[in-house]
Design a protein around this ligand. Structure first.
Ligand code: SAH
Length: 345
């Protein structure tokens, strides 16, 4: 039986060492090796005695995902399809911003939420990813980043992180750990479709990461049609949970709003949204929809999006309009997984 140590926290690494007769202080060297230094194999960890390295390579081999597809745009977005140890494939996106590379990480292989404009749930949810598999996505991008660094992480790939809560929180801890990537929680965003108990729980973890909530509508009637989980956690309950998150962490909450032409982009919807969202701690991220093959959704015109944003701004809300990344490479939200590259492309 081999052990998977990628995803283990320091204390677990220490327990492992103890169980194998390795001195406890080696655990920190091991953790720094796989997390901070990002080694691909224990054999690279020269600080360990050769015998220990060989033992680890045999008994706790590090699973390194293989990149099976890559697509890039001219704007610095690169989308990778990674194959995990069991053959499952997940998408990871590298986004180039002026301040550095941001990794967009998947939390599940597939998704069970069924948001109507998203391709991630095509084929259902196959399984949760482990914390190690989430971290491996970041590490893969780190290997390829021009400066070897990841400036931020957004859990906005395939899957619903709150449905894979324990692994997600473990992943967040590893990103921040002093023996890990030493990343500030301010550089990390967890995006959820609105699983209220998950938001409340995350508020109490002492991990003040940015919470992003996929709102997409200002009424329950419309939101329940677009984001089915709204039937379980309606808007009022969701906003209460967001308020609690702000109270506990002091972090502004981002409300994501995918603009769908003729569906949720009217001035009336903008006014409702503006009346409903808290100016003090809410921020709106407007996202032009990435059209998915076979779905009837279109991006509103630039003017219409501008008018929508203006109404929110007049109401005092902070608004950003996301530049649409990845559209030209058929790589929006779950699309690469659903329609992978043909071989040889
Ligand atoms: N399950 C989480 C995180 C993954 S989705 C969540 O729902 O937040 C990340 C963001 O991309 C969400 O706001 C989601 O609604 C949005 N998204 C999904 N499909 C999209 C599409 N076709 N175009 C634009 N944004 C999309």
């Amino acid at each position: 039986m081999t052990v998977d140590l990628l995803g283990a926290e320091l204390e677990e690494m220490e327990a492992f060492c103890q169980s194998r007769g390795i001195p406890r202080y080696r655990a920190r060297q091991m953790a720094e090796g796989i997390y901070r230094r990002n080694i691909g194999s224990w054999r690279e960890l020269a600080v360990l005695p050769r015998a220990t390295r060989e033992m680890l390579a045999a008994q706790a081999p590090l699973p390194v995902p293989t990149v099976v597809d890559t697509r890039s745009t001219g704007d610095g977005t690169v989308k990778y399809l990674l194959q995990l140890a069991d053959g499952q494939k997940v998408e990871t996106v590298s986004l180039a911003y002026t301040y550095g590379t941001v990794a967009c990480v998947s939390s599940q292989a597939g998704c069970r939420q069924g948001c109507v404009f998203c391709a991630s749930h095509v084929g259902g949810c196959i399984r949760d990813l482990t914390a190690g598999e989430m971290l491996a996505q970041v590490q893969e991008l780190r290997r390829r980043a021009p400066d070897g660094k990841i400036a931020g992480v957004v859990i906005m790939g395939t899957g619903e992180p709150m449905e894979n809560y324990a692994a997600t929180v473990r992943f967040l801890r590893l990103l921040q750990a002093p023996y890990g990537l030493e990343m500030s929680p301010r550089r990390i965003t967890v995006s959820t479709c609105g699983i209220v108990p998950g938001i409340l729980r995350l508020a109490e973890e002492g991990l003040p990461v940015t919470l992003a909530v996929s709102l997409h509508a200002a009424t329950d009637e419309l939101r329940s049609r677009l984001v089915p989980v709204n039937r379980r956690y309606p808007i009022r309950k969701l906003l209460e949970a967001c308020a609690a998150y702000f109270q506990a962490t002091g972090r502004r909450v981002t409300f994501e709003y995918v603009l769908l032409e003729g569906i949720n982009d009217s001035p009336e919807e903008a006014k409702r949204l503006s009346a409903m969202l808290p100016v003090k701690w809410g921020h709106v991220n407007l996202i032009p929809v990435n059209p998915v093959a076979g779905r009837p959704f279109r991006t509103p015109s630039r003017e219409k999006m501008g008018r929508f944003a203006d109404i929110l701004r007049r109401g005092g809300l902070g608004v950003t309009v996301r530049r649409s990344l990845g559209q030209t490479i058929g790589a929006a939200c779950g699309q690469l997984r659903a329609h992978p590259f043909q071989e040889g492309n």
